[in-house]
Design a protein around this ligand. Structure first.
Ligand SMILES: *Cc1c(COP(=O)(O)O)cnc(C)c1O
Length: 397
């Protein structure tokens, strides 16, 4: 492990590959010259390859300067028109989709279940049978809990009820297969700084050509994030409507080149096996997870904070060893922490993380025990510590 840098065990930002650092500082080019047209064309080709789309001439991708939220806002403000949109939410990012949609679409409906719970398909079906909905929007990987939502089932419901299916794939694309064709997805958003492994600052929307072409018939609800405008510039000039963050485009192209050189299937399998390695190691430390492993995305693991541990203290101690993890948000605040496994993380880094976590858990438990037991009962305090320690097994034998 290398202590000169932070190890980002987060679901983004991520540690980037060394060749991205070189790519981002390439030559200066003008975004109204063919140099940029070529760069954007190459990125689009590679995005279509990343999605493993068979009939790729039916799909296009626009790249937006702005983080994942920009792509989500572009989709939600551009695809609905005057119709009704149904948002499905089971976590923080579903709630954000709902908020964004309410800004742009008067006819926004919400079906929500508690954070970390799977959707009830009958409930959704019942709603669709009684309401004419033009668009259904859902988060693929609900990052706040780590739950992977069922694209195929919701996609089938959307198809059966004649609704467009749009997906927030910000934290899953690059780690999980998003089957645009098989799951009947009209548009999918994502960002560059999560499983794709590049710098933050760019996002994109990939979608069916026929649907992109229909967007111009809707009245524009935003200027900067209007997908119809992005599509018009893409198809007429292979450019973006406004000044793009060109260095980030160079980095994105390199990140996609890296993924395709490795092979998409191999890449996805590698991320999954890293997640499994981390989960095995954390289970050996007697840690419990928020949701069932079969429902988890391979990007991160959401871990329940043990009763004897203060999560702020845990994060501080890990940070002292250059390890960064996430804290739970909203109703999960103080109750969970999240460990990501995307970006440039080696097996050695994972072993280092698990060993450090073990030490840190021991230390923070001792700390808690010392705090709750008065000093004159020191012997008892030591017993409490010994008791806690029994629960912790070594990571590597
Ligand atoms: C991170 C994330 C976003 C927001 O992306 P930003 O890049 O922070 O704007 C949206 N949706 C999901 C599912 C995410 O994980």
């Amino acid at each position: 492990m290398n202590l000169d840098k932070y190890l980002l065990f987060t679901p983004g930002p991520v540690n980037v590959a060394e060749n991205l650092r070189i790519a981002i500082s390439k030559e200066d080019i003008c975004h109204r010259e063919t140099d940029f047209d070529t760069l954007l064309g190459s990125i689009e080709e590679k995005l279509l390859s990343l999605f493993q789309i068979e009939r790729r001439n039916r799909y296009r991708a626009v790249v937006i300067t702005g983080s994942g939220t920009a792509a989500n806002e572009a989709m939600l403000s551009s695809v609905v028109g005057k119709g009704h949109i149904l948002i499905l939410s089971n976590g923080e990012f579903g709630e954000r989709l709902h908020k964004i949609s309410q800004m742009h679409n008067r006819q926004t409906h919400l079906i929500e279940v508690p954070w970390g719970q799977p959707f009830n398909l009958q409930m959704i079906e019942a709603f669709l049978s009684t309401h004419k909905v033009a668009v259904i929007a859902m988060v693929h990987h609900e990052t706040s809990s780590g739950m992977l939502n069922p694209l195929n089932q919701i996609g089938a419901l959307a198809k059966a009820h004649g609704a467009l299916f749009v997906v927030d794939g910000v934290s899953s694309v690059g780690a999980e297969h998003v089957d645009m064709e098989g799951c009947n997805i009209a548009f999918c958003s994502s960002s560059t700084s999560k499983a794709i492994g590049s710098y933050p600052g760019l996002s994109f929307v990939i979608g069916r050509k026929t649907q992109f072409e229909k967007l111009k018939h809707h009245q524009a609800k935003t200027t900067y994030l209007n997908l119809a405008t992005f599509y018009a510039f893409l198809t007429s000039h292979s450019q973006t409507p406004n000044t793009p963050a060109v260095p980030l485009f160079f980095a994105l192209e390199q990140a996609l080149t890296n993924i395709l050189a490795e092979g998409v299937a191999i890449r996805l399998a590698k991320i999954r096996s890293r997640a499994q390695e981390l989960r095995l190691g954390m289970r050996k430390l007697n840690l419990e997870f928020l949701i069932d492993e079969k429902d988890m995305c391979s990007v991160l693991t959401t871990v329940r904070v043990p009763a004897s541990v203060d999560v702020a203290d845990l994060r501080r101690r890990l940070r002292e060893s250059a390890i960064i993890i996430y804290e739970g948000k909203g109703c999960f605040k103080g109750k969970v922490f999240q460990v990501g496994n995307i970006g440039e993380i080696s097996d050695l880094d994972i072993q280092f993380f698990l060993q450090t976590l073990r030490k840190v858990l021991l230390a923070s438990q001792m700390n808690r025990a010392a705090l709750v037991v008065p000093i004159r009962k020191n012997k008892l305090a030591l017993k409490v510590i010994a008791h806690h320690n029994q629960n912790l097994q070594p990571v590597v034998s």
